[in-house]
Design a protein around this ligand. Structure first.
Ligand SMILES: Cc1cc2nc3c(=O)[nH]c(=O)nc-3n(C[C@H](O)[C@H](O)[C@H](O)COP(=O)(O)OP(=O)(O)OC[C@H]3O[C@@H](n4cnc5c(N)ncnc54)[C@H](O)[C@@H]3O)c2cc1C
Length: 343
């Protein structure tokens, strides 16, 4: 399938009981690679399972008229369900790190967890990665560490910390009813002081790792020498990008400022269709029939250091098996009612 467009056509559902939701998803609208629009309609008893991720799923619900009624109305989108929490409670774990060019060759590696230190009751995840980066032409002729004869690419290593379970909340909203337009998102990093305090703890730990003797082999052979903790002359790191404040070990304010200046994403953003607010415990969109969201947008906390395995287990192993069992039991009920009619 190509680009999912506004998605499910929401139609008034046949109400058999008072408590049944008034609208039901009946299919999806999508555009193929040749920009042709298609409608794919559900078979009886079928469901639309939305798995467009943290940025895609709330966007598609909003485009389908499931979201805060005032926002939808202001964009001219007909309201199917007034669901104020769609696109709300969005979280992204702030990442801050220090990047160095090691003085010895090292293997390239994906981001890996290297520790979960805790201090004063707060934990942060320390992760590290090394990768090859092009040397900017502007840096090459004049850079302090990179001579004009340096290679075009260098290996860079980053030690970073991620704040787990951030409390700072953001939101996602549509700028237009056009489905090909990217929605707007704001994560409001460090709007809660608790997250900033955790970042300070984590960044300080990164600095301590860099100061450790173990890291000496990665220090520059051409940088200036500084006094180590025991008075030994030690070379500096070839740091790329932002450097830590000199008073990092004692000054919370300067480290907090570093956190704010250098914050980046670790791409573990989640929320927007959170369980208990937008979907129920079976991942059904509340106020609708035949519509579920099964992806990271339903999380209010990212699981562990890296979320992908949990998202996959939730989708295929947990929800997939559960839905197969539900359909199986529905078929059995239908068959037994049919047999009763036959007798
Ligand atoms: C650069 C990067 C690196 C990462 N590295 C790691 C890692 O090393 N380990 C780890 O555990 N996690 C990693 N993650 C996080 C992980 O990928 C996500 O947590 C996980 O994929 C979320 O799963 P999901 O099903 O919610 O969404 P996604 O995996 O994002 O799936 C959503 C899908 O829906 C599609 N989609 C969205 N909108 C539409 C539309 N309108 N029409 C049609 N299709 C649509 C998207 O193209 C996408 O294929 C990384 C993420 C990024 C961005």
């Amino acid at each position: 399938m190509g680009k999912l467009f506004a998605s499910f056509c929401m139609y008034p559902a046949a109400r058999r009981g008072r408590s049944r939701p008034a609208v039901a998803a009946v299919g999806v609208v999508y555009q193929d690679r040749l920009f042709q629009l298609h409608h794919a309609l559900l078979r009886p008893g079928g469901e639309v399972i939305l798995s467009a991720g943290t940025l895609g799923s709330p966007q598609l619900l909003l485009l389908s008229g499931v979201g805060p009624a005032n926002d939808l109305t202001s964009l001219g989108i007909p309201v199917s369900v007034d669901a104020p929490d769609v696109g709300k409670h969005m979280f992204d774990n702030p990442r801050n790190g220090i990047s160095i060019i090691p003085s010895v060759p090292i293997d390239h590696s994906l981001i890996q967890v290297v520790g979960i230190p805790s201090a004063n009751g707060t934990a942060s995840y320390l992760e590290a990665a090394s990768y090859i980066v092009p040397v900017s032409p502007m840096l090459r002729p004049a850079g302090p560490f990179i001579s004009p004869t340096s290679p075009l690419y260098v290996t860079m290593a980053t030690i970073m910390e991620k704040v787990p379970g951030p409390l700072s909340e953001g939101s996602l909203w549509l700028s237009s009813p056009n489905p090909v337009e990217t929605p707007s998102v704001r994560f409001n990093y460090f709007s809660r002081p608790e997250d900033l305090a955790q970042c300070v703890v984590g960044v300080r730990r990164v600095a301590q790792v860099l100061q450790s003797r173990t890291m000496d082999i990665f220090r520059s052979s051409v940088g200036s020498a500084s006094q180590g903790r025991r008075g030994h002359a030690r070379r500096d790191f070839r740091i790329v990008g932002a450097t830590l404040p000199l008073d990092w070990s004692t000054n919370n304010t300067s480290v907090a400022d570093f956190c704010r200046r250098t914050v980046a994403t670790l791409w573990h953003y989640h929320g927007g269709c959170v369980v208990g607010r937008v979907v129920d415990k079976d991942f059904r969109v509340m106020g609708t029939q035949s519509l579920r969201v099964v992806d990271g947008s339903t999380f209010s906390v990212t699981p562990g250091t890296n979320p992908q395995a949990t998202v996959m287990m939730m989708g295929s192993r947990y929800m997939g098996l559960k839905m197969i069992a539900e359909r199986h039991s529905r078929r059995q009920v239908n068959t037994s009612s049919y047999n009763e009619l036959e007798e």
